[in-house]
Design a binder for this molecule. Structure first.
Ligand code: FDA
Ligand code: NAD
Length: 426
């Protein structure tokens, strides 16, 4: 058995939702577009899962955060897809793909064929087992990638108020979950191998600001070490974690955020891969003309940086989705994707934004003992990256604009003196 569509989006996450909206804006006919997703719900704003979803009071729940509310666009509920004649094939995993025949085979045995395929399969959370530690199946060990994970985490949080949580990993999931756990009145210890949190982006000076803030909220940090094993009770529940430095931490809850792997498996050997993702050109088109890739799974040329990158952030998922659809519907008028990398996070009352690239020398500005400060990155004489904590909407726009202009910087001391004023005047 089988069905045929003009356009198929494989994956039903953030990028899929934004692509669907763009298709309707550009005039897709009823019955032409299909979205296939392993998840049982229509595309939603994944960032909510580590933020509003985990709050003890008035938590966010679907349908409130279906895409595309994150960009203050229309909220695409299942009814919206129906009204627009878009077929949502939910709770269905695609188990193989044949790009030569232009078909996908689902785990339910259906063959779905396409003229144009958009791969939006995102990524999966890395498991502790991949680092030689067993115990991920224990009921109080939680990962956080999808709604199922988030529901499970909420249940464990509710069963251990006042208890101890160990957060493994000092990246985005670790930092945002640690904040949410504190708000849920759980004692948190964070464990990670690096010398400071958010090592992929933060400098030690920036990281210290956040670590001090978290410490003031009661979070403990155990740095420079990793988890080696768990202690279990007779029901298989984790009671403690053992660390490589020989110490042991009691645990009623363990949250693991140790990075991701893009879901490229269906296309290995069929499409060109790069930087762990599916390599695409400036139109988000893969090495096969009929196949596009967007979001976390796509490695695309970032014009302003002059190199191919794979980005794991929601803004890139949203914008690459829109650009791919624009290119599919009007390849003549659509130029190459010209994207300025944008990352952000919000936790407690903190809120930061980062634009560009964190390469080269760092120039700090503002007062690190207050709630507004930032940094610029200057590489080979040009401003390439900007970070700001506690900014206003106008200030964030200013650092974004300044970074996009990539101005030449001759005097780092002068940049430091001007601080945020440099971006505001740019
Ligand atoms: P996404 O992961 O959203 O969707 C992929 C979809 O494909 C899923 O529905 C999956 O089930 C489906 N799929 C995969 N393989 C399949 C198969 N074989 N068959 C069928 N379906 C399949 N970013 C940011 O900038 N700011 C933030 O605050 C946050 N916060 C945040 C919190 C949490 C908890 C997470 C996990 C992530 C974030 N992010 C973020 C990152 C952001 O959510 C991420 O970059 C986007 O969700 C990427 O969108 P995609 O659509 O590419 O993948
Ligand atoms: P990450 O890459 O941000 O951080 C991974 C962390 O794992 C590292 O900082 C390191 O401390 C730790 N680590 C690595 N190996 C380890 C080991 N063996 N033992 C212990 N710790 C180890 O990944 P994440 O925090 O898992 O986030 C997952 C994905 O979700 C990422 O793509 C991220 O961009 C996305 N996300 C983004 C946001 C945001 O942008 N605000 C928020 C949440 C999640």
């Amino acid at each position: 058995m089988g069905r045929a569509f003009v356009y198929v989006i494989l994956g039903g996450g953030v990028a899929a939702g934004y692509a669907a909206l763009e298709f309707t804006k550009r005039g897709v006919s009823h019955g032409e577009l299909c979205i296939i997703s392993e998840e049982p719900v229509a595309p939603y704003e994944r960032p909510a899962l580590s933020k509003g979803f985990l709050l003890p009071e008035a938590p966010s729940r679907l349908p409130s955060f279906h895409t595309c509310v994150g960009a203050n666009e229309e909220r695409l509920t299942p009814k919206w897809y129906k009204e627009h004649g878009i077929e949502l094939v939910l709770g269905t995993r695609v188990k193989s793909a044949d790009v030569r025949r232009k078909t996908l085979l689902t785990a339910t045995g259906e063959t779905i064929s396409y003229k144009i395929l958009i791969i939006a399969t995102g990524a999966r959370a890395l498991k502790l087992e991949e680092f030689g530690v067993t115990g991920s199946d224990a009921e109080n060990v939680c990962y956080l990638r999808d709604l199922d994970d988030a529901n499970r985490l909420v249940n464990v949080i509710q069963s251990c108020s006042g208890g101890n949580a160990v957060v493994i990993g000092g990246g985005y999931v670790g930092m945002e979950c640690a904040g949410s756990l504190v708000i849920n009145k759980i004692n948190v210890t964070m464990v990670f191998p690096e010398a400071h949190c958010m090592a992929r982006l933060f400098t030690p000076k920036i990281a210290t600001y956040y670590e001090d803030y978290y410490t003031s909220k009661g979070v403990k940090f155990v740095k420079g070490t990793v988890l080696t094993s768990f202690e279990f009770d007779s029901n298989g529940k984790v009671t403690a974690v053992n660390l490589r430095d020989g110490s042991q931490l009691p645990a009623d809850l363990v949250v693991v955020g140790i990075g991701i792997r893009p879901n490229t498996g269906l296309f290995e050997g069929q499409l060109t891969l790069d930087k762990g993702g599916i390599k695409v050109n400036g139109l988000l088109q893969s090495s096969n003309n009929s196949v596009y890739a967007i979001g976390d799974v796509a490695s695309f040329p970032v014009k302003i940086l002059g190199e191919t990158r794979r980005l794991e952030h929601v803004d890139s998922a949203r914008k690459s989705a829109r650009h791919a659809v624009a290119a599919i519907m009007d390849s003549v008028k659509t130029g190459d994707f010209d994207y300025l990398p944008f990352f952000y996070s919000r936790v407690f009352t903190l809120s930061w934004q980062f634009y560009g690239d964190n390469a080269g020398e760092v120039v700090y500005y503002g007062d690190f003992s207050s709630s507004t400060f930032g940094a610029y990155w200057v590489n080979k004489g040009y401003l390439v990256g900007s970070f700001l904590e506690g900014g206003t909407k106008e200030e964030y726009e200013a650092i974004a604009n300044a970074t996009r202009l990539k101005p030449a910087i001759e005097d780092l001391a002068e940049l430091e003196r001007q601080g945020l004023g440099f971006a505001l005047a740019a």
